[in-house]
Write a new protein. Structure first.
Length: 345
């Protein structure tokens, strides 16, 4: 738990206050931000005597996840040759961490809601309920509010899960953590590679702080690991870094790079409207929308929304972090729109 950035330090204090309660916790954040580490920290600070069990809901096929979570009796289904407890029972007295909670089917969401309400579980093939003393910590990188609107997630389960919420910001928004984390990973992998006293050059430190880290902490770990493998000597230099995304600046402070948006008139073409409207951007936009209304443009809101998302994403060279900043929305919200309009898989 290397939280040095002021925003991270404040978040850690919030997490430790939550840990002292028995409240169910929902941890949200992009992939690679450290949601499981937060869940483990909550368990360690809770003083619960039982184990910490981590389960990835997206790792099981639909036919097995029910039995994995809730357990089963002998003969409950083909291949069930003996009774087996589920993850809820295994975590009794401790903490169960359900990662990628948004991947659960609606049917399993109903069963999970019942377990949380009744504090007991019934194995597949059984009628006997088993009492539970389990603290649940769930995590997702999906915008559950949007999933509720699209009938992919139950609102009653969402409110049951989000008694206490922890929103982990992406690494690019807590730059004070980057170098401490990098030095931590240097220590970890230096020992494995039998290297000693490895440091970062000043230029590399600036590059690491300026990079946007689309893969967050997991990407930083991989970058440092690779740099240690290829570095010649005890100092990691610029040529040792393998950064897959786009560095925002060459200095120590990140900023938004100049954008190359579509030329004037292309938005009009995309909306099927004539060009040559007033030059002032705000007035031109209002005029475009007015023309759409007068011409009874079908699905106007979605058409304009798609044009805004497409144009910003293209102008930011398909960089999600930068696009979200330009539009003034969260990255999770942006990803929802990008998927809806088929711009990402």
């Amino acid at each position: 738990m290397l939280f040095h950035d002021p925003r991270s330090s404040a978040l850690l204090k919030q997490v430790e206050r939550i840990a002292r309660s028995d409240a169910t916790v929902l941890v949200t954040g992009d992939t690679g931000t450290g949601k499981e580490l937060i869940a483990r920290h909550i368990h360690e600070k809770s003083a619960r005597p039982g184990p910490f069990i981590a389960v990835n809901c997206g790792a099981f096929c639909e036919t097995l996840v029910d039995a994995e979570l809730f357990g089963h009796e002998t003969g409950a289904f083909t291949g069930a040759t003996h009774a087996r407890s589920g993850w809820f029972e295994a975590a009794n007295g401790g903490t169960l961490f359900l990662d990628e909670i948004g991947e659960l089917s609606l049917g399993l969401q109903v069963k999970l809601l019942r377990v949380l309400q009744e504090r007991q579980v019934v194995r597949l093939g059984s009628r006997r309920s088993i009492p539970l003393d389990v603290r649940l910590v769930a995590a997702t990188n999906v915008d559950l509010q949007q999933a509720i609107l699209h009938n992919r997630f139950r609102s009653d389960l969402f409110y049951r899960l989000s008694v206490a919420t922890v929103d982990l910001p992406p690494l690019c928004e807590r730059t004070g953590d980057i170098l401490p984390l990098a030095r931590h990973f240097i220590d970890v992998y230096s020992e494995r590679l039998q290297m000693q006293n490895v440091t970062l050059s000043v230029v590399v430190q600036q590059m690491l702080e300026a990079y946007d880290w689309p893969g967050n902490i997991r990407e930083l770990e991989n970058v440092i690991h690779y740099a240690l493998i290829v570095c010649d000597g005890n100092v990691i230099v610029k040529d040792d870094l393998k950064l897959a995304g786009t560095a925002q600046t060459s200095g120590a402070t990140a900023s938004i790079a100049p954008l190359e948006f579509d030329p004037p008139g292309q938005l009009s073409d995309r909306l099927g409207l004539p060009i040559g409207l007033p030059v002032a951007p705000q007035l031109r936009l209002e005029t475009l929308i007015s023309e759409c209304i007068k011409n009874a443009q079908p699905n106007l809101f979605e058409t304009v929304e798609k044009a805004v998302i497409h144009t910003a994403f293209s102008g930011c060279n398909q960089n999600q972090v930068q696009t979200a900043k330009v539009l003034g929305v969260s990255r999770n919200m942006l990803r929802t729109h990008l998927k809806r309009f088929g711009l990402i898989g």
